[in-house]
Design a protein around this ligand. Structure first.
Ligand SMILES: [Zn+2]
Length: 325
């Protein structure tokens, strides 16, 4: 199995790795510093990857880059990215390819994670998989017959912006009641913030004071695990909307499995059980309610592993053909 270089470009940190199938052989990371602008970010990607290649000199077949969309994998452009507002049709793949002398392929980060989970993680041996990553925001990827659905512009699988409450909270995208506005890590933290500010008695206020940082989804999960009723209520509310969103997606896609990744899923059954209950309540047919909903298995490495997988598939089939499938 050939090795690949892989980059996972995040809003806070960028990571680079040498990957071989599901194995990460070596890894490095550095802050993204998106505010310095696209050319500085791209230069940092080049430096990071070059340093990695020098310190871990194994033959690699190509470079795969997982990045926030929307983007164009065929032309290797990042159009724009949340928290990286200055990106405008950045020819990231071309710049990296020329600098490193290596064929380079670009893919949406949620699609990359979906590919990895489908090939090596919780979606193994399933033909059709719906993948959601629930962290600060909510992203997704859809695998049908083992292939990603419309990776060409990274604009399919935007499951975070399906509307689950027409009167719901305002989303980062500017619209109202998106799944991301109701069930993401940011939504969970905002809900906790408003309850604390309203003086609701909860362990969260105490934890926030002790940690000296603003309450986060992680704090809510930790408090819920200690039995705090308010924190459990916040997770129940997020899980309710997750269930509402998922049941619609199940009706549309009828996948063999749903895989949920991202930091919020550290909550495990505290989110999964109430979400499943909501799906049971709303499913059109019991068949939908029995579709397995599983936690992702590859953790933070899914993007890197998926970027390597994508590069391998593009090498053998061509990005254009893959994207059009
Ligand atoms: Zn939205």
């Amino acid at each position: 199995m050939p090795a690949f270089l892989a980059i996972d470009l995040g809003a806070t940190n960028m990571r680079a790795a040498v990957v071989e199938g599901p194995k990460v052989l070596a890894r490095v990371s550095t802050p993204t510093r998106a505010w310095e602008g696209p050319s500085a970010v791209v230069r940092r990607m080049v430096d990071l990857t070059r340093d990695l290649a020098l310190s871990h000199p194994v033959p690699v077949a190509a470079l795969g880059i997982a990045a926030p969309g929307p983007l164009d994998p065929v032309r290797g452009l990042i159009f724009k990215a949340p928290n990286m507002p200055d990106f405008k049709e950045e020819p990231v793949a071309e710049v990296l390819s020329e600098a490193l002398g290596l064929r380079t392929f670009l893919i949406n980060d949620a699609d990359a994670a979906a590919l990895a989970e489908h090939r090596y993680g919780a979606g193994r041996r399933r033909r059709h998989m719906l993948y959601l990553t629930i962290s600060t925001g909510i992203g997704g990827g859809i695998v049908v017959h083992g292939q990603l659905v419309r990776p060409d512009i990274g604009m399919a699988g935007e499951v975070g912006h399906i509307v689950v409450d027409v009167n719901g909270d305002r989303c980062g995208c500017g619209r109202q009641g998106c799944l991301e506005a109701m069930a993401s890590g940011r939504a969970i933290a905002q809900r906790a913030r408003s309850l604390i500010d309203n003086g609701v008695p909860t362990l969260l206020a105490q934890m926030e004071a002790e940690q000296g940082t603003h309450v986060s989804a992680e704090t809510v999960v930790a408090a819920a695990q200690q039995g705090d009723a308010i924190a459990i209520g916040i997770l129940n509310r997020a899980a309710f909307y997750l269930g509402v969103g998922l049941v619609s997606l199940l009706h549309v896609l009828n996948p063999d499995v749903v895989v949920l990744g991202g930091g919020v899923m550290a909550a495990g059954d505290l989110i999964l059980e109430p979400a499943r209950a909501e799906i049971h309540r709303r499913a059109l047919h019991e068949r939908y309610a029995h579709i397995p909903i599983e936690r992702a298995k590859l953790g933070d490495d899914a993007g890197l592993i998926g970027a390597g997988l994508w590069a391998g598939r593009c090498l053998s089939k061509g990005a254009k053909k893959l994207a059009a499938e």
